[in-house]
Design a protein around this ligand. Structure first.
Ligand SMILES: Cc1cc2nc3c(=O)[nH]c(=O)nc-3n(C[C@H](O)[C@H](O)[C@H](O)COP(=O)(O)OP(=O)(O)OC[C@H]3O[C@@H](n4cnc5c(N)ncnc54)[C@H](O)[C@@H]3O)c2cc1C
Length: 394
């Protein structure tokens, strides 16, 4: 079925993209993209510029903004292939989140400025939603965005947290409480800002895998012009939620899971289970891999469906949440099974070059704990499916 989803032109695009990545990625590149690392960051910038030259940063956006003007399948292929290749340079905050949001809600000036800048490959975006006391309950945010009618400016004061790549980003989209005294989802405004603005302090935070992938961002009297408001003043909630649906329909987890499974199969053909048997020849191994592969394919189809449906309809309530749960869970299951196979090697990581693979899977599994948390926890996605999707009572 999956083969029939993609045209011959899509297959050619995938081949061309892979050839470009062959040229740009170091030989045998097998690191999870981590743009907080200086080498990955430089590589990321180089890859973005090369994608930009080909109009591939956002293959499905209109040509007038530097997009490829092609079908959504090209955007799916781009993200899935880059994840499979573990390539840096796919700024999902830009192309998957703020870009589609601007296309939908931005003024023509905002579209021209923001989208063209993204497709130039010269910017990195980050997302300022979560706050120290507002995670799952996003409607409780307190970061202030005081609007001054005379000067037509907003002054922002507050703290955002877990802001991925804020230490690298030069642009941020952020939700602020613009109507003083307003409660919950009323009185919120969605704005974009330049990270070079005066009053922004970025404090990196170390994650469980020992990396500084996210940050605390303190905003003190940060002044921005009203031109940076997306949609209407005090009416940012709907836009913020819509962006989350774009975020949750990502294919990256599927690409990472598939790569892990394929690499595990290669490993199983070169390594023994015991004196008599290669890992690959074990019936238990084959059965486990077959089950994982089947689950992976169904998560993939669900994700394709969510991306496609979001690209053609506003009437979408639960597919992004369903795909987010399935994709993050299968990615963890695949990595857990790989660790189960590799567990005896974990203590000997430094002694055996083969064990780079063991180290990688261990590091990735630690990092992917975050999959069930970021973009709204999987528990929250289940609430959304039950309430907004199936209409069940709270
Ligand atoms: C790696 C990583 C990167 C991130 N990057 C960003 C980023 O770039 N920008 C950004 O804004 N945020 C980012 N986040 C933050 C993320 O969005 C929040 O962590 C997430 O929304 C959960 O919020 P919280 O951590 O405050 O947990 P809480 O909301 O305190 O939840 C704690 C637990 O309670 C459960 N829970 C809470 N409410 C309910 C409910 N109503 N029903 C059932 N269960 C419930 C949750 O599922 C969770 O298990 C990132 C997080 C991680 C881990």
């Amino acid at each position: 079925m999956l083969d029939t989803m993609f045209s011959e032109d899509d297959v050619i695009f995938k081949k061309e993209l892979n050839s470009l990545l062959d040229k740009l990625l170091p030989i045998n590149w097998d690191h999870y993209p981590d743009e907080t690392d200086d080498f990955h960051w430089e590589l990321s910038k180089k890859i973005k510029l090369s994608l930009s030259i080909n109009n591939w940063i956002a293959p499905s956006w209109p040509k007038e903004y530097g997009g490829g003007g092609k079908e959504v399948t090209k955007a799916i292929i781009l993200s899935e292939t880059m994840a499979y290749r573990m390539s840096p340079g796919n700024d999902r905050f830009a192309t998957r989140m703020i870009g589609p949001t601007i296309l939908k809600y931005g003024t023509s000036l905002q579209k021209k400025k923001i989208l063209s800048e993204i497709t130039s490959g010269k910017v990195q975006w980050c997302q300022g939603y979560s706050e120290p006391n507002s995670g799952s309950d996003l409607a409780s945010i307190t970061t202030k965005g005081d609007y001054n009618e005379e000067t037509e400016t907003i002054t922002i004061n507050g703290t955002k947290i877990w802001t991925t790549l804020a230490n690298r980003a030069n642009r941020m989209f952020i939700l602020v409480r613009s109507l003083p005294g307003s409660k919950r989802h009323q009185g919120l405004t969605f704005v974009v800002l330049d990270m070079n603005n005066k009053g922004i302090t970025v404090n990196p935070i170390k994650n469980i895998a020992g990396k500084f992938s996210f940050n605390e961002v303190v905003l003190k009297d940060v002044k921005i012009s009203s031109e940076n408001i997306i949609g209407k003043l005090h009416e940012g909630w709907k836009i913020a939620l819509d962006l989350l649906n774009f975020e949750r329909s990502g294919i990256d987890y599927i690409g990472w899971a598939e790569r892990c499974l394929d690499d595990l199969i290669s490993y199983s053909k070169k390594n023994r289970l015991n004196k008599y048997e290669m890992i690959f020849d074990s019936g238990t191994f084959k059965k486990s891999v077959a089950i994982l592969k089947a689950d992976l394919e169904s998560a993939k189809i669900m994700t394709y469906k969510a991306i496609w449906k979001k690209s053609v309809s506003d009437d979408i309530h639960m597919e992004p949440s369903m795909s987010k749960i399935l994709a993050t869970e299968i990615n963890n299951k695949v990595h857990d099974y790989a660790l189960e196979i590799l567990k005896d090697k974990i203590g000997f990581i430094d002694e055996d070059p083969q064990n780079n693979f063991v180290q990688r899977i261990l590091n990735h599994r630690l990092f992917f704990v975050s999959g069930g948390i970021l973009a709204g926890t999987n528990e929250i996605q289940k609430n959304i499916i039950a309430q907004r999707g199936l209409g069940l009572p709270k």
